[in-house]
Write a protein that binds this ligand. Structure first.
Ligand code: FES
Length: 107
C-alpha cells in the first residue's frame, strides 16, 4: 500500500489541495473525475506555488497558478502555458486510487 494523500471523495472537481508526504509536499487536483498530482515546486524558482493555503487555481478554476510570478500550468499535464517558465512543466507525482484513497505509487 502506498502513502495515502487523502480520500478521493475529499476532492471537489477543479479544486487543488496540497498534502505532506514522504515525497515532499504534493499538490493534488481533480478534473472530470481524474486526479493529477505534482510536486509543489515551481519550475521557475523551485519554490512553493501558493501564498495562502491551497490557493493553487486561477480565478477561473482552469489552470494551476503560481502566485509568485503568475505562471499558469495545465491541470492535465503540468505544462506551463504562460509566465516566466513557459514550456517547462510541474514535476508529476505518480498516484493511484486504492480503496477510495489517493495514494503515492511506491517504486
Ligand atoms: S516562482 Fe513560480 S512563476 Fe516565478
Amino acid at each position: 500500500m502506498g502513502f495515502r494523500l487523502c480520500a478521493n471523495a475529499d476532492l471537489i472537481d477543479n479544486e487543488a489541495r496540497a498534502f505532506r508526504s514522504p515525497a515532499g509536499e504534493v499538490i493534488v487536483v481533480n478534473r472530470d473525475g481524474q486526479s493529477y498530482a505534482y510536486h509543489n515546486s515551481c519550475p521557475h524558482l523551485g519554490i512553493n506555488l501558493e501564498f495562502n493555503p491551497d490557493e493553487f487555481m486561477d480565478s477561473e478554476n482552469h489552470f494551476l497558478i503560481c502566485s509568485n510570478h503568475g505562471a499558469l500550468f495545465q491541470v492535465e499535464d503540468g505544462l506551463c502555458v504562460s509566465g516566466p517558465c513557459q514550456g517547462e512543466s510541474l514535476l508529476a507525482v505518480p498516484i493511484q486510487i486504492s480503496d477510495g484513497y489517493i495514494e503515492l505509487i511506491e517504486h
